[in-house]
Ligand binder design. Structure first.
Ligand SMILES: [Zn+2]
Ligand SMILES: [Zn+2]
Length: 445
């Protein structure tokens, strides 16, 4: 190596150190003396200025370099883009800036053939994951590839971002990906070969939150991997007892988010949050029952225990759900306008996992009037017009007062959330509170 080269090398070294620590003045200085330096890369890994800035969250320098016409998709030795490094290190500002600069989200590295979405999911940076997914909706990728295909993009080993998030115990990312259309039963095998599902990898990782989320999205507990194992066996092998208890095919099936239903896919944000919370609580009750008989307890707090009893006693009768008489009426069925609580709505709409042979479900109807459900919205309790009470609209349960005082010998304490649904028979013939009995949706204990 000649003298000149080593001089450049030491300048490079200075530059990359300045970039790493965000010394913008020094970077400016060095580049004024030699503008070409901005296109140099580190000696071994061949990181560009953008790579180093992105990995270290140096947004000012990233901005500076992008404005000096450094291309956002410059590659290092492993064909990683600066966007991948920003997603790996959770530098959301840099992720957003690179996306704004038109960084390509469809680049694959040469290590495991992963994209920036894989990196965000693997390292559990939910904000970066969201930003990349949002970009995918509006970028040329959505047109050329299709958004759904991008969400389920596979790395060199057939793993989707959902596989990686499940394996690495990233429940927040698992949840986001499922909500954005990630296929819950995707297999790493592909083309008919058995492989691991996200549930297998969650079982291996042992995150009960990931297991719970995947089950609530309909993950199959009896699907087998390449070695013929079901997720339960994988959890046992890795000594994740609590996860294994939930994955045991002999234990109660969890309620499943009814994603295929049209009115569920069209929920507004608020109604969706209510229903998701209800699903979570219902499944927690099941989990408690399952784990009660094992040596394991739930590591996370149980929401369903928090103050619901007190709330109920304070709730005015007009707001109570007249199916369970326990929860507040917070979901309204359109177009008929009947109201019930989120728990009951889910119990009516949210079948246990559909039988694969009869996957085509008949869409559920309003339990009060049997009309088809066009939409579910958050009930507007304030807007009730009680003046209509005597004007003949007895078909509307939301207008009934004093429901609690109706002859209801069991007492409301025996009606707890979803368990109430199994007890409809006892309420038959009770005027407006009557359910159009049809056991197809009754939740079997
Ligand atoms: Zn209810
Ligand atoms: Zn109705």
């Amino acid at each position: 190596m000649g003298q000149g080269l080593s001089c450049t090398t030491s300048k490079e070294h200075e530059l990359f150190t300045a970039v790493q620590y965000g010394d913008i003045d020094m970077v400016n200085d060095l580049l004024e003396k030699d503008p070409n330096l901005v296109h140099h890369t580190t000696l071994y890994d061949r990181h560009s200025v953008l790579h180093v800035a992105a990995a270290n969250g140096q947004i000012e320098i990233l901005d500076f370099a992008l404005n000096r016409s450094v291309k956002p998709d410059v590659l290092n030795r492993y064909k990683q883009t600066p966007l991948m490094l920003a997603a790996m290190h959770g530098k959301i500002c840099c992720v957003k800036r690179l996306l704004r600069a038109g960084a390509n989200i469809l680049k694959f590295d040469s290590i495991f053939g992963r994209t920036c979405l894989h990196y965000a999911a693997y390292y559990g940076h939910a904000d970066c994951l969201q930003a990349i997914l949002a970009a995918a909706e509006s970028s040329p990728v959505a047109v050329s590839w299709g958004y759904a295909r991008f969400v389920n993009i596979r790395d060199g080993r057939g793993a989707t971002p959902l596989h990686l998030a499940s394996r690495q115990k990233r429940p927040e990312c698992v949840h986001i990906l499922l909500n954005r259309g990630a296929l819950v039963c995707a297999s790493t095998g592909g083309y008919g070969c058995p492989g691991s599902t996200p549930l297998h990898l969650a079982a291996r990782g042992g995150s009960i939150d990931c297991v719970r989320a995947l089950l609530a999205w309909g993950a199959d507990r009896v699907q087998r991997d390449a070695s013929g194992r079901i997720p339960y066996v994988v959890a046992l092998k890795h000594k994740h007892g609590a996860s294994a208890a939930l994955l045991d095919p002999a234990s109660a099936e969890p309620l499943v988010w009814p994603a295929p239903l049209k009115f569920i896919s069209e929920l507004d944000r608020e109604a969706k949050a209510l229903l998701e919370q209800a699903l979570l609580e219902a499944n927690r009750v099941r989990e408690k029952n399952i784990l009660k008989h094992t040596a394991y307890s739930l590591p996370s707090p149980s929401y369903s225990d928090v103050g619901t009893d007190d709330n109920t006693s304070e709730t005015s009768d007009t707001e109570l759900c007249c199916i369970c008489f326990e929860q507040v009426c917070n979901i309204e069925v359109e177009d008929c306008g009947h109201q019930m609580c989120a728990q009951c709505t889910l119990a009516l709409c949210c079948h246990n996992k559909p039988n694969p042979t009869t996957a085509c479900l008949t869409p559920p109807v309003c339990p009060f009037c049997r009309s088809s459900i066009a939409r579910l919205v958050v009930a507007k309790i304030k807007d009730q017009d009680y003046g209509d009470l005597d004007s003949g609209d007895i078909g509307s349960p939301k207008l009934r007062k004093s429901r609690k005082s109706c002859n209801f010998s069991e007492g409301s304490s025996s009606f707890k959330g979803l368990t109430a649904v199994g007890s409809f028979g006892k309420m038959g013939g009770r005027g407006s509170g009557r359910i159009a009995a049809d056991n197809e949706w009754v939740d079997k204990p």
